[in-house]
Design a protein around this ligand. Structure first.
Ligand SMILES: *Cc1c(COP(=O)(O)O)cnc(C)c1O
Length: 389
């Protein structure tokens, strides 16, 4: 039978690509999926990896990003989320129960510290924070209820590198689930699952997406059962990644190796130039031989990342005047994209800390964090030098 024009306008056929596979990743901008066999619907709802049913559960474009990161990190499965914080929240809420104990590195992304703070204030979870310079620190705080250890291979903004291999081994021996935020190292430099980590979390907003144009996150799991639990938690939070964000991240991911290499090279160049400038009191970058984590970064991670920090003379006023004098480098908070950005942690990302907490975290009032983009290093140096002078 021939349908009315109104019906035909609505019920146009779905695109088919029987002959020839698309080379670019298509955006599956659909919320809903239809089935020919009504008995197949139940298996689609039951868990990750089944047929697509609803894009709040899973989506083919999002699945491309999940498969790519599973491969790059060497995991069993991945869960892409609406932000890096959403990935960390889904993972921690999936593993922790009231009465459980979580141990975390002191120098942690502020949003992760806030998630752990909420878990301890409102959800009956207990926590301890360790410097993470030595595996023995875990043994000193370990309890029968310790469930999770949270680490970052390159901490922000000091570039401190924890004894991650030793801590992952000690946690494994104690039956503690390990969660590693690999945002600053990226899988190009470091793959925590190869060292025994259970879960790797990324803010895809940063280096993976890499263009300052998308907010997203992902968690990669060494074990498929843990993936299923975190997926169910992310469904409760309603924090699954959307297809257009996934498309932007996948497009960015294709150039991650080239971009990150340039970002690391720019950071090394600027760290060396800044270290020789009289207006700079200190440079924190593990690619400099005098950085306390230089040896560990070299042997364990094999690289130093795209972000450095400088202590400029004149404390807080000096730092803010320096940032205000920049013309090419942008004063912006998020990082990892094509444009170089600078930020004053003491008045922005770490403003909730008092002076004692800042000092314990190694963050001075004169510290400025510089996250490198892809500009020519000499143009960046000229801008920094002009602002210092
Ligand atoms: C930005 C960031 C996050 C949070 O990611 P969002 O995508 O902003 O939620 C987590 N960890 C690190 C190390 C980050 O830099």
């Amino acid at each position: 039978m021939t349908y009315h024009r109104e019906t035909r306008a609505v019920r146009m056929p779905a695109p088919d690509h029987v002959e020839g596979r698309p080379v670019g990743v298509p955006i599956y901008q659909t919320a809903n999926y239809a089935f020919d066999d009504p008995t197949a619907v139940a298996s689609a709802i039951a868990g990750p990896g089944g047929p697509y049913f609803y894009s709040g559960y899973s989506n083919p474009t999002v699945g491309v990003f999940e498969k790519a990161l599973t491969d790059l990190e060497g995991g069993a499965a991945a869960l892409a989320t609406s932000s890096g914080t959403a990935a960390m929240s889904a993972v921690l809420h999936a593993v922790l129960r009231p009465g459980d104990h979580v141990v975390a590195q002191k120098a942690l992304y502020g949003g992760t510290t806030a998630v752990i703070g909420d878990l301890t204030r409102n959800w009956g979870v207990e926590s301890d924070f360790i410097t993470a310079d030595d595996a023995a620190e875990l043994a000193a705080v370990l309890r029968p209820t310790t469930k999770v250890l949270v680490l970052e291979p390159i901490a922000n903004p000091t570039s401190f590198v924890p004894d991650i291999a030793g801590l992952l081994a000690a946690a494994r021996a104690a039956g503690v689930t390990t969660v590693v935020d690999n945002t600053f190292a990226t899988p190009m430099l470091f793959r925590p699952i190869e060292h025994g980590a259970d879960v790797v979390v990324h803010s895809a907003t940063k280096y993976l997406g890499g263009h300052h144009d998308v907010v997203g996150g992902i968690a990669v799991f060494a074990d498929a059962d843990r993936h299923r639990e975190a997926w169910q938690q992310a469904l409760r939070f309603g924090s699954i990644m959307d297809p257009f964000s996934a498309w932007l991240v996948v497009r960015g991911l294709k150039t991650l190796p080239l971009r990150f290499e340039r970002q690391c090279a720019n950071a090394q160049y600027l760290a060396e130039r800044l270290a020789g400038h009289s207006g700079v009191d200190a440079v924190h970058y593990p690619g400099l031989p005098e950085h306390p984590s230089h040896k560990r970064a070299t042997t364990l991670i094999g690289g130093y990342g795209g972000t450095l920090a400088v202590e400029v003379a004149g404390g807080r006023e000096g730092a803010l005047r320096f940032i205000g004098g920049l013309r090419l480098v942008l004063d912006a908070g998020s990082l990892g994209g094509t444009e170089t950005v600078a930020m004053h942690p003491a008045t922005t990302s770490h403003r909730s800390m008092d002076d004692a907490a800042l000092e314990a975290a190694g963050i001075g009032q004169g510290m400025v964090r510089i996250a490198c983009g892809l500009e020519h290093p000499e143009d960046l140096w000229a801008d920094l030098a002009a602002a210092l002078n």
